[in-house]
Design a protein. Structure first.
Length: 717
């Protein structure tokens, strides 16, 4: 066995991929039953006992083309105004290699005569003709028929690969296939014409050829279609190697379609086609110019598998016949689903990559099979987060409504950003790409919160991320640790057993959180304090003021399940954090369930104290913001509580740091604590930022360090 490298058979354009499938199938069925194929270095390799010379000789002397005929199409060569030269030549041929073609053509001619030799086929009689073709044409045509159309109780359906039943606008595939065969071979003798050998070498091994013909290329080979701006000049003619077109259609026979009906569903049967999904405007360069109307003009997408293990055609055909991508327990419906399935190994094992193609309208009724992107398969723990049942169910419902007529533009934009980030994660499995997905999920929830009435009408519930692995796979940073600590904080109003819990997200949107359940609510809108028009510091200060008001009015306590180190707080006070990123992460971390928030990212080791300028002021404010005396201090001083005094925060957030410091000093002295500080002068900007920082939950150990530094006492004795 030796490996033969077919440099003319590549994953793109589509014609070259189909050509690769055709070569593997034809050689396997007609010449070498032991041949196997695999992809390496972006081209097909054949593992075979045959030499290059022997394979070329086989195609030139013995290759018997599959009968590809479409008597239901205008322009197919069976009607009065059609080009009939190729149909007549093959129907009257004497060569043995054209015997299957000859029988199929004669059967089709008889079938049309039985129908009264119609001059054309209208929509009313087309389904009847398709059914008769399925019943009466020779078995050798079944592969073509199954690839071209499916008969269902709702009528005929057409897979995207072969247009609308074997034609693309005015371009009819089967008649062109016959013309290309006649150009390559003499129908009477079956012998190859003069240029056929050179054209074969060009098609299989990408060798130069001067014999390309000015004939239409169709949708499979967009680069050779010609037209304006297709060459160095203003215009150019289409150029095509006839072998490329012949083998493209031969390769398309691998894609057999079927009519399917969902179990237990009263819905009509639909079309099942290997690795075909609805199109999505994400993951490719021109997606930025995509309009919603483009989706209606697209024929969908085809994700073509690549494999690196030598595989025989019989095994490969089984993969194509059963090849379906799944996200969790459901089939992939569109490009985003398919990308997640590929990245999380929700597809047939043994496939290494998928080349994505979109069938996009170019002009009139014509389409191009456009290569979009390529994704490597792999068991990505990050992509598996997106395939989790709860999140997948929410994403499916949310994305289905993005193209709705009444969908707000802000939600549509956020949804498209999310789709782009999902595709990017599936292409490049990294913690940074996952972080981008995480941020866009928060942006989607924010957009829904601003359009709550629409979301409720569309039955889109607030999102909650229940998978506890999210924080394990995100890149740790001060911004993430602060966001997690803030998101894990909640205000408990009333008793511990019967009181109400108000987590952070109840102040971002009008939602109610009960365990793993999150729902929209018409609760007091004044609790929602976060404003898109304000910056992070202003929003945090509004949140602190609202919590102080509720705590004073209804009683209760601020609690948390996660905390930050003083190192992270120092970064925030010194303005070394990215406020825009931090604000986005706050919205995203608020989506995490309480169980997920109990596993915070690794905290940064404590290497230094608080910044000198803000340290004393922050220490004063944070001790007064607890609403109680910390346990480690209560053992050393009177049991009088450090009562919550909202005026302290109000003064600091207004920029009056000196007055806030004076009030805080009096509050601590009134609680039998004696700070060493006498008086502080704080700049307005620093005062506002420090007031916001008091919301960041700190661990008891960090509070102890603050107390020891501020009060100059040893809390361990």
């Amino acid at each position: 066995m030796s490996d033969l490298r077919l440099t003319g058979c590549q994953p793109q354009p589509l014609a070259h991929y189909l050509k690769a499938l055709a070569v593997l199938r034809i050689v396997s069925e007609q010449f070498d039953a032991e041949v196997a194929g695999y992809w390496q270095d972006d081209c097909l390799h054949l593992r075979t006992r045959k030499t290059r010379t022997e394979i070329e000789a086989f195609f030139l002397e013995h290759f018997a083309p599959s009968p590809i005929i479409s008597p239901w199409n205008g322009g197919s060569g069976f009607y009065e105004k059609d080009r009939k030269e190729a149909v007549e030549a093959l129907a009257d041929s004497k060569a043995a290699r054209f015997a299957p073609y000859r029988l199929a053509l004669r059967a089709a001619i008889r079938l049309l005569k039985d129908l009264g030799s119609p001059q054309q086929v209208d929509k009313k009689t087309k389904d009847e003709l398709l059914e008769r073709c399925r019943n009466r044409l020779p078995d050798e045509t079944l592969s073509w028929l199954d690839a071209a159309f499916v008969l269902t109780e709702d009528g005929s359906k057409y897979p995207p690969l072969l247009g609308s039943g074997g034609n693309d606008g005015r371009f009819e595939f089967s008649n062109n296939h016959m013309h290309r065969l006649v150009e390559l071979f003499d129908p009477q003798t079956g012998s190859a014409r003069t240029a056929t050998a050179a054209l074969l070498s060009q098609a299989l091994f990408d060798e130069p050829s001067h014999s390309l013909a000015k004939i239409p290329a169709g949708q499979f080979l967009p680069g050779n279609a010609g037209g304006p701006n297709s060459s160095a000049g203003f215009d150019s003619s289409a150029l095509l190697n006839p072998w490329d077109f012949v083998l493209s259609l031969e390769g398309a026979l691998t894609f057999a379609s079927a009519g399917v009906k969902r179990l237990g569903s009263a819905a009509s049967a639909g079309l099942s086609y290997p690795f075909a999904v609805r199109s999505s405007p994400s993951g490719f360069g021109s997606a930025a110019d995509w309009r919603e109307s483009d989706s209606a003009r697209s024929r969908g997408e085809l994700w073509l598998p690549l494999w690196t293990r030598p595989t025989g055609y019989a095994e490969l055909a089984k993969v194509f016949s059963e090849g379906r991508a799944r996200v969790g327990a459901r089939p992939a419906n569109d490009a985003i689903d398919f990308a997640v399935a590929v990245a999380s190994l929700g597809v047939d094992r043994g496939l290494s990559e998928f080349q994505r193609y979109g069938f996009e309208e170019r002009n009139g009724l014509s389409y191009f099979a456009t290569p979009l992107t390529r994704i490597t398969t792999g068991a990505s723990a990050r992509a598996q987060l997106l395939a989790a049942p709860a999140l997948d169910s929410w994403l499916s419902g949310f994305r289905r409504r993005l193209s709705g007529k009444n969908t707000p533009a802000s939600i549509r934009r956020a949804g498209r950003r999310l789709e782009r980030s999902v595709i990017a994660l599936c292409q490049r499995d990294s913690s940074q790409q996952l972080l981008d997905c995480f941020r866009t999920l928060g942006q989607c929830q924010t957009a829904l919160g601003r359009a709550q009435s629409w979301a409720e009408d569309a039955r889109i519930e607030p999102l909650q991320l229940t998978d506890e692995r999210w924080l394990e796979h995100l890149p740790s940073s001060s911004e993430l640790r602060i966001a997690v600590a803030l998101a894990s904080s909640y205000l408990r109003l009333g008793s511990r057993d019967t009181g109400r819990r108000m987590p952070l997200r109840t102040h971002l949107h009008q939602v109610e959180v009960r365990g793993r359940s999150v729902r929209w609510t018409a609760d007091d809108p004044r609790n929602v304090v976060w404003s898109e028009a304000s910056g992070l510091v202003a929003n945090l200060n509004r949140l602190a003021a609202r919590r102080n008001l509720l705590e004073k009015r209804h009683g209760g306590l601020l609690e948390t399940t996660s905390s930050c180190s003083l190192e992270d707080v120092s970064a925030f006070l010194d303005d070394r954090t990215d406020d825009h990123l931090l604000e986005q992460l706050i919205h995203s971390c608020a989506l995490l369930s309480s169980a997920a928030l109990r596993k915070p990212p690794n905290s940064k080791a404590q290497t230094s104290g608080l910044p000198v300028e803000a340290g004393g002021f922050f220490s004063l404010l944070v001790l007064c913001a607890q609403g109680r005396t910390p346990a480690f201090l209560a053992t050393r001083v009177s049991e009088q509580e450090i009562a919550l005094e909202p005026a302290i925060h109000r003064l600091a957030s207004a920029g009056n740091g000196s007055a806030a410091a004076d009030r805080a000093l009096r509050r601590l002295r009134g609680s039998s604590l004696a700070p060493l500080l006498r008086r502080l002068h704080v700049e307005p900007g620093l005062a506002e930022r420090t007031a916001a920082a008091t919301l960041i939950p700190l661990s008891p150990a960090s509070l102890r360090l603050i107390a020891e530094d501020l009060l100059r006492i040893d809390t361990d004795n």
